[in-house]
Design a protein around this ligand. Structure first.
Ligand SMILES: *Cc1c(COP(=O)(O)O)cnc(C)c1O
Length: 716
């Protein structure tokens, strides 16, 4: 075979070697994750490994032998498609004309260093827990697409975030797998001798050593810091093993590694960021390290602070005071015992950086306070959240010694291409014309949606049917493991589980209690009626993880599982185990209606509802976070009004009445109002409105360009 290849295709063989090498490179750059043709190449190479590894391209190539790969590439069609993908990949990496080169050229020389405790980039790399990570991952992908130089800093959580198992009585259990770094697209960061680059931070009276792994995300790089090293005391080796794991001492250690260690890594790599973006307060210690460097190079304190402030911007995400990281003065003293002397500061002077009232020696050290004091720009993640944050921090912002910024807002978005399902992508490719992928944030691009000649109702409805059908099939395949019924009831429920014609409501997100997942089931009689209406049935699909320590969140899951089991809801209300980016992608594309019931104003932005628009899903949500500004009266539905009662029980009751009223009077009738051809014209008109008004605005291309022009470039 080999000899024959060589004689028959001498050039082909050369190409083959190059192709294989490039395919390996591609598998080590997560660009493939938002390119469906690339995904398909890996999926086809080994469907079994692809599925078993959570769609991991590195694992697939690891499992397929060189000989097999060669023989697969002998298939003309497969080889041609592979080459096309590789050409597109190379073009993407080397493209010179980008949004950044055109509109923000001064930013091309130095990157933004974006620090975040979690990054959700793909389900095969579970180093995220929820929306904050998704936002960071989507920010990185859009920065890459826009040609904005970007380096990320986070931690390598070798045990990832937990996998959710549901026990027989509906209780969430957590399982922590060990990630196999050989099967992940991570490159070790090496020193000039080719050994792992080792760095350390001062922690208490000793050192914590760490190394770093480089992850490529299109044109962006993200560095994952890792303390699993023999040089470390055994107590510190596992420091970075879990996302937000352990007690406060672990927490402060993780945050010191990320903040202080991250700055040291960038310096060791010779990277000089134009700006440091602190995405949430966890990384705020980085400002102390920048300050130390300034002081070391001879600046006086005031000048050093000004220079540090000039380099930092901060995004806050938490609208509840208790949700901000705070460390006791004792813990700070313990953890910074070695570091504080580098700054040459007395304890109270040092602790003042994290205090609203510096003279109060009992006040805890708050990471948000540090971040605000040491940044030149700060923002919340929606208009309402900006307001709530200004109110929450008003004592600090109004204090006479405060030199930091006020708090503005940039509303979150989603990386549209990364969340777009294959059928939706085909649909848009047909309708949006050339170069559409680079013009997602321009409202002009989406004008075509209102043109019924260009895109017919039938076509939109066909897309909806296809996506709903795919979701139902996914659910039927994945629910069995946990499905709580038994015997014949179970068998019967499966046969009829979920209907492709029912109005399908999705609810998938972390089960934080403020999100009130079970709210819609407050009146079970009413719900049973709607679910069992033979003419106009609705069905609900839930997914989500509760934080391991959140007992009430777990009770919420249990309550929903209990409802799934009742005969009147069997096969009509389902809960999908182990919510992750993959489950998210399915549910957001298949649902007709995306339900969001946060207790206002606790949803800083929310992003899951933004993922549904390109798939023709509609939002029914409390006017909180992004939806308060996204909703225009005609592009979806609101729960409650533009206010929130202070009393929680009253808020629940008012929201519930509004939710049931809108659902039964407006939503269900509109969905089932069909013309002679079975098409719900009114519903589709709403879909068109939603697509046109929401997609160009609530995406990370728009968001990143706002960060660049309003925050990163300021002062340039
Ligand atoms: C989009 C997404 C989130 C954020 O959902 P919200 O409704 O904004 O809280 C969380 N987790 C995953 C896996 C997601 O894909």
């Amino acid at each position: 075979m080999r000899a024959q290849e060589q004689t028959d295709h001498p050039e082909g063989l050369f190409d083959l070697e190059v192709t294989i090498r490039e395919l390996h490179q591609l598998s080590r750059n997560l660009w493939w994750s938002w390119n469906p043709d690339a995904r398909e190449i890996f999926a086809e190479l080994s469907p079994l490994v692809w599925d078993a590894s959570r769609h991991n391209a590195v694992a697939v190539l690891g499992a397929v032998s060189e000989a097999e790969l060669k023989s697969r590439l002998m298939d003309r069609d497969f080889a041609a498609r592979t080459r096309e993908v590789l050409v597109a990949f190379n073009r993407y990496l080397t493209r010179e004309r980008t949004w950044c080169s055109t509109y923000a050229a001064p930013f091309l020389d130095n990157p933004v260093a974006y620090f975040c405790a979690e990054f959700a980039l793909h389900e095969s790399l579970p180093i995220y827990c929820g929306g904050l990570g998704v936002l960071a991952g989507d920010h990185a992908k859009s920065a890459s697409d826009l040609g904005v130089p970007f380096v990320g800093i986070t931690l390598f959580y070798r045990q990832g975030y937990f996998e959710q198992l549901i026990s027989r009585n509906g209780w969430q259990e957590e399982h922590y797998p060990s990630l196999d770094r050989n099967n992940l697209p991570l490159e070790p960061v090496l020193d000039s001798q080719g050994n792992p680059l080792l760095l350390w931070i001062e922690f208490s009276q000793s050192r914590i050593w760490f190394r770093a792994w480089r992850l490529r995300v299109g044109r962006a790089a993200i560095y994952l810091l890792d303390t699993e090293l023999p040089q470390n005391d055994s107590a510190y080796r596992g420091l970075t093993s879990r996302v937000y794991g352990g007690d406060m001492t672990t927490r402060i250690g993780q945050e010191m590694v990320m903040g202080i260690g991250g700055v040291r890594l960038l310096q060791a790599l010779g990277i000089t960021p134009a700006v440091y973006h602190l995405n949430e307060g966890h990384s705020a210690f980085l400002a102390l390290e920048l300050l130390r460097r300034r002081l070391d190079s001879g600046s006086d304190l005031e000048e050093a602070e000004t220079r540090v402030r000039d380099r930092c911007v901060f995004t806050t995400h938490t609208p509840v005071a208790a949700g901000h990281d705070r460390f006791s003065p004792e813990l700070m003293e313990y953890a910074f015992a070695g570091y504080r002397s580098l700054l040459g500061m007395e304890a109270q002077q040092f602790l003042a950086y994290g205090r609203t009232r510096p003279e109060d020696s009992k006040e805890y050290f708050c990471m948000t306070v540090l971040a605000l004091k040491m940044s030149r720009g700060a923002n919340g993640v929606s208009q309402l959240h900006g307001q709530v944050s200004r109110e929450m921090w008003k004592d600090l912002l109004n204090s006479p010694t405060y030199r930091g910024p006020s708090i503005g807002h940039i509303t979150n978005g989603v990386h549209v291409l990364g969340w777009m399902s294959r059928p939706a992508r085909r649909f848009w490719k047909r309708h949006l014309g050339p170069e559409w992928e680079t013009r997602l944030m321009y409202p002009d691009l989406w004008k075509v949606i209102s043109d019924e000649e260009a895109i017919s109702d039938e076509e939109i409805w066909a897309l909806r049917y296809h996506l709903r059908r795919e979701l139902i099939e996914f659910v039927r395949k994945h629910v069995p493991d946990t499905f709580p019924a038994s015997g014949t009831e179970r068998a019967r429920a499966f046969e009829t589980m979920l209907s492709p014609d029912a109005l399908t409501i999705g609810f998938a997100r972390r089960f934080a209690t403020y999100k009130r997942a079970p709210l819609i089931f407050d009146d079970l009689t009413r719900m049973a009626e709607m679910v069992n209406d033979t003419e106009r049935p609705i069905q609900l699909i839930f997914a989500g993880k509760a934080h391991p320590q959140d007992v009430r969140g777990k009770e919420f899951i249990q309550r929903i599982l209990d409802i799934c089991k009742r005969s009147e809801f069997l096969g009509k209300v389902v809960f999908l185990e182990n919510y992750d980016m993959n489950v998210a992608r399915r549910v957001i594309s298949g649902a007709d209606l995306w339900l969001n019931t946060p207790r206002r104003p606790l949803e800083a932005s929310g992003t899951s509802g933004q993922k549904v628009s390109v798939h023709g899903g509609l939002n029914l949500s409390v006017l909180d976070g992004w939806w308060r500004e996204g909703y225009d009266g005609s592009n979806g539905w609101a729960i409650g009004g533009d206010e929130h009662p202070a009393d929680e029980a009253a808020q629940d009751q008012a929201d519930l009445e509004s939710l049931y009223g809108t659902l039964s009077r407006n939503i269900v009738p509109l969905f089932f109002e069909r013309d002679s051809r079975g098409i719900p014209r009114g519903w589709i008109a709403k879909i068109r409105r939603a697509m046109q008004t929401l997609i160009p605005q609530y995406n990370t291309d728009r968001m990143v360009t706002e960060y660049v022009t309003r925050y990163y470039l300021r002062g340039k």
